[in-house]
Design a protein around this ligand. Structure first.
Ligand code: SAM
Length: 217
């Protein structure tokens, strides 16, 4: 069982300062990073890595995203406290916990069964209640749509049309799109029922989005 000490809180403060220096300005995001103990998602022997600004392996060939990436994507979502948000790629559950600090209406889907079970146990143990799903999220979660916001935390080859169809009018999708080496962060806003605007931001490197509308592996 991990404990959260003053030392860990101090390390999160330093991390938040670094994220501010790197350009993150959304106070809700910075407060969430300051609050969620990222070291809870690390094995005891790797605890020293938890507050470094880097991605880290979580098993099954997957990673917990770099704190800057988590902050960047969450800031782009412009999440409000009443938003219903879908996260595709639960992974460790860390990003989900950041979302839960901002809104209670979080839906999260993970493809890998081992990671899904692990995240589920983490949520239960910590009395957290996101809506959790195991399966291919590359086409979203039609049975729970529409969503105010959709966040994809794995790199997609294209923007799946089904995700756009699951956005409310005024809602936004944040998704890294590109090849397997590098992806550009894209935000698509549904302006009206059939009009969408697209903005392209910085380059990132994510693990691939698998499944029907992903890399299909
Ligand atoms: N958000 C995670 C966190 O905070 O730890 C990090 C996500 S990791 C970079 C990407 C995750 O997406 C992996 O756990 C991977 O198994 C998952 N994934 C890949 N393709 C998926 C799909 N089609 N549906 C759902 N999850 C998928």
């Amino acid at each position: 069982m991990h404990t959260d000490t003053y030392r860990h809180k101090g390390m999160r403060k330093v991390l938040v300062k670094l994220l501010k220096e790197k350009g993150i300005t959304d106070e809700r995001v910075l407060q969430a990073i300051a609050k969620v103990p990222r070291h809870f998602f690390f094995e005891k022997m790797f605890l020293e890595h938890a507050y470094q600004d880097k991605a880290f392996p979580i098993g099954e060939g997957q990673t917990i995203s770099q704190p800057y990436t988590v902050a960047y994507q969450t800031e782009l979502l412009q999440l409000n406290s009443h938003d219903k948000v879908l996260e595709i790629g639960t992974g460790s559950g860390y990003q989900c916990c950041i979302l839960l600090e901002i809104t209670p209406y979080v839906y999260t889907i993970e493809y890998n069964q081992v990671l899904f079970q692990k995240a589920l146990q983490f949520f239960k143990k910590n009395n957290l209640n996101p809506h959790t799903f195991c399966g291919d999220g590359s086409e979203g979660l039609p049975q729970e749509a529409p969503f105010d916001k959709i966040l994809v935390t794995a790199g997609a080859p294209v923007i799946p049309k089904s995700l756009l169809a699951q956005l409310k009018v005024g809602g936004a999708l944040v998704i890294p799109v590109g090849d397997e080496q590098s992806q550009k962060m894209v935000r698509v806003v549904r302006e009206t029922s059939d009009e969408f605007t697209r903005e392209v931001f910085n380059n990132f490197k994510f693990v691939p989005l698998l499944g029907k509308s992903g890399w299909n592996k």
